[in-house]
Design a protein around this ligand. Structure first.
Ligand code: AMP
Ligand code: ZN
Ligand code: FE
Ligand code: FE
Length: 284
């Protein structure tokens, strides 16, 4: 049976693998298709596409956009994006500038509570345009200012802790639109993590195409629940490991094996959108 992982991160955001390493794991594990979904970035997609092509794996361009709906953070996955789309690239650049500024603010707050972290050490470690809290956590561990990553989040970085800084975000409805205008499909990421089911109808009204039913942190019952929701709202089914590198001694990729039939349906959906757009353009 063919299977896919449609939620993966690399060093172009807060993952620890290079695109080549990630594609290598995908090949070793027998994946037929992979999508790269770095946070607020499509920069790794070109290298990932080349690495997947070399390994005989089908590659889908993606990104995971940070968004909010009524003060709740939601992550919207975009698939089949046009990485040359200027509106998308301009918005991504804006999101990345916010992320970089937020690193300065988080470090300033750590310094206020007498944690002597140097902001340059975070940027040096992150070495990407889309830095986030995991980079601050890793820098804290590296500088021996905390024991491990979990402690860093628990003590300093999670919501309500001293170094927590909210991100300025686009509305989830706008991010669905941003993905659509770049030729992509929009899917709600890990709905079971955010506990925000009540916002699904509004996202569907905004044109949401899919929902991530399968995710490392979804229980079987959760996956079943979101499969029912997908059915009810006529949404496409997506799924992925959300691999950021090694977790408890092994790479997270491989834990979720999305049946390939869902990839077929995604491809059909994006193709039929494109042909509908073509007809509209021809009719003008
Ligand atoms: P950010 O986008 O900067 O707010 O960081 C969010 C990322 O931090 C998520 O995508 C996870 O990769 C990671 N993360 C969030 N909470 C935790 C946690 N408690 N422990 C480890 N990593 C976490
Ligand atoms: Zn992440
Ligand atoms: Fe996420
Ligand atoms: Fe993710």
């Amino acid at each position: 049976m063919k299977f896919a992982d449609l939620h993966l991160h690399t060093q172009f955001s807060d993952g620890t693998f290079t695109p080549e390493e990630l594609a290598g794991h995908g090949a070793r594990l027998g994946f037929a298709a992979l999508a790269l979904t770095d946070h607020d970035s499509v920069e790794g997609c070109a290298r990932m596409a080349a690495a997947c092509a070399a390994a005989g794996i089908e590659f889908i361009v993606g990104a995971e956009l940070t968004a909010e709906h009524e003060n709740t953070e939601v992550h919207i996955l975009g698939y089949f994006l046009d990485t040359e789309n200027q509106t998308l690239l301009a918005e991504i650049a804006r999101f990345q500038a916010v992320r970089q500024q937020r690193i300065h603010e988080m470090v300033a707050r750590l310094n206020e509570v007498n944690v002597p972290l140097d902001v340059e050490s975070v940027f040096a470690l992150a070495n990407c345009k889309s830095p986030g809290r995991p980079h601050v956590a890793r820098a804290l561990v590296k500088e021996k200012l905390i024991g491990n990553l979990d402690e860093a989040f628990e003590k300093y970085l999670k919501k309500g802790r001293p170094a927590w800084v909210p991100k300025t975000k686009v509305s989830a409805l706008e991010s669905v639109e941003l993905i659509h205008q770049a030729g992509g499909l929009a899917a709600m990421a890990h709905p079971g993590l955010n506990r925000t089911d009540e916002i699904i109808p509004a996202l569907v009204d905004a044109g949401l195409d899919g929902i991530e039913c399968f995710h490392t942190k979804h229980s079987t019952a959760m996956s079943e629940r979101y499969l029912e929701i997908a059915d009810k709202f006529n949404l496409l089914v997506t799924g992925g490991s959300d691999c950021h590198g090694f977790s408890k001694g092994k790479p997270l990729i491989g834990g979720i094996k999305l049946p390939y039939e869902h990839v077929e349906k995604l491809k059909q959906a994006v193709a039929s959108k494109k042909s509908a757009d073509g007809r509209h353009a021809a009719a003008k």
